[in-house]
Design a protein around this ligand. Structure first.
Ligand code: C2E
Ligand code: CA
Ligand code: CA
Ligand code: CA
Length: 277
C-alpha cells in the first residue's frame, strides 16, 4: 500500500508539474504574441431567421502562431485571464473589433457587433473609460455594440457588478448574458441587472430536437426573455430542425455552424446573406 501511495504521489506531482510548465510556456508565448501581433479577430454571423438576413456578428479571437497553427481561445484565454495579460489583449480585441464595425458601417451595413468580456476585464474599473475612448477614436456608433458577460461575473459582488453594468450602459452600448442557463442566476437577480439580451448556451441547443428536456428549457428561457423584454439569441445552431424549433418558439436571432463558422474579415465577402442596411 505504501508503494502504491508513493507512486500515486509521483504521478500527481508530475501531472501538476507538467501543467505548471505548460502554463508558464503559454504565458511566455502570449507575451511574445502580444509583441509580435499574432492575434486575429474572427467574426461569426448572427442571422435573423425570419428572413435569413445578416444582422450582426460576434467577435472571436484567434491566435495564429508563427508555425501557422491556429490556437483556439479555450487554450489561452484562461492563461491570459489568470496572468492579467487579458487586460492588454482585451483592449486590443475591443479596438480591433470597433475598427471592423466602423468599416462595416462605412459600407452601409447596419450590423451589430458582440464582443466578449472576460471576468478580469469586467472587474477592471478602467474598462468603461477605455471603451469610451475607443468609441471616440474609431467613431463607431455605440448603439451597435454589444458586450457579452457571463452569469458568474455577476454573482460575486452584485452591487459592484450593477455599478459597472450601469457605467457601460451610459456609453450607449447593450449588454448580453452569454452562456445563459449554465450559471446560477435566478429570476430575481436577473431583474436587478440592466442587461438587454440573453444568449442561450449551445449545450441546451445541441440536442434539439431529440432531447425533450432541453426543448422545454429553451422554450422557457425564450418565454422568460419575452416577459422581461430582453432580446434573446440562440448560439450553436447546427441544423434545420433547430432553426425550425427556435422559429416556432419565437427566438429569431441565431448563430451557429448551420449558417456560418466564425470567419476572418476577408472571408466575409463570400457570404451570400442579405445584409441589413
Ligand atoms: P463563447 O463566447 O460562448 O463563443 C461561442 C463559441 O462557440 C465559439 O468558440 C464559436 O466558434 C463556437 N461556435 C459557434 N457556433 C457553433 C456551432 O454551431 N457549433 C459548435 N460546436 N460551436 C460553435 P471559440 O471561438 O473557440 O471560443 C470559445 C470561447 O472562448 C468563447 O465562448 C469565449 O468564452 C472565449 N472567447 C473567444 N473569443 C474571445 C474574446 O475575444 N474575448 C474573450 N474574453 N473571450 C473569448
Ligand atoms: Ca460569447
Ligand atoms: Ca456563448
Ligand atoms: Ca458557450
Amino acid at each position: 500500500a505504501k508503494a502504491r501511495g508513493k507512486n500515486t504521489y509521483r504521478f500527481f506531482s508530475r501531472e501538476l508539474n507538467e501543467a505548471a510548465t505548460d502554463r508558464l510556456l503559454i504565458e511566455n508565448q502570449l507575451r511574445e504574441a502580444i509583441r509580435e501581433q499574432q492575434f486575429l479577430m474572427y467574426y461569426q454571423p448572427k442571422i435573423d431567421i425570419q428572413d435569413d438576413t445578416l444582422v450582426g456578428y460576434e467577435a472571436l479571437i484567434r491566435w495564429l502562431r508563427p508555425d501557422n497553427t491556429l490556437v483556439p481561445p479555450a487554450r489561452f484565454i484562461p492563461v491570459a485571464e489568470s496572468t492579467g495579460l487579458i487586460v492588454k489583449i482585451g483592449e486590443w480585441i475591443i479596438l480591433e473589433s470597433c475598427r471592423f464595425l466602423a468599416r462595416q458601417h462605412s459600407r452601409g451595413y447596419a450590423v451589430s457587433l458582440s464582443i466578449n468580456l472576460s471576468a478580469r476585464q469586467f472587474n477592471d474599473n478602467r474598462l468603461p473609460t477605455m471603451i469610451e475612448q475607443i468609441i471616440q477614436r474609431t467613431g463607431v456608433d455605440p448603439s451597435y455594440l454589444v458586450f457579452e458577460i457571463t452569469e458568474s461575473m455577476l454573482m460575486g459582488d452584485t452591487d459592484a457588478a450593477i455599478k459597472q453594468l450601469n457605467q457601460l450602459k451610459r456609453l450607449g452600448v447593450s449588454l448580453s448574458i452569454d452562456d445563459f442557463g449554465t450559471g446560477y442566476s435566478s429570476l430575481n437577480y436577473l431583474k436587478r441587472f440592466p442587461v438587454d439580451e440573453l444568449k442561450i448556451d449551445r449545450s441546451f441547443v445541441k440536442d434539439i430536437p431529440e432531447d425533450r428536456n432541453d426543448m422545454d428549457i429553451v422554450s422557457a428561457i425564450i418565454a422568460m426573455a419575452q416577459k422581461m423584454q430582453l432580446r434573446v439569441v440562440a448560439e450553436g445552431v447546427e441544423s434545420e430542425a433547430q432553426v425550425d424549433f427556435l422559429k416556432q418558439n419565437a427566438c429569431y436571432v441565431v448563430q451557429g455552424y448551420y449558417y456560418s463558422m466564425p470567419l476572418a474579415e476577408q472571408e466575409l465577402s463570400h457570404l451570400t446573406f442579405t445584409i441589413k442596411t
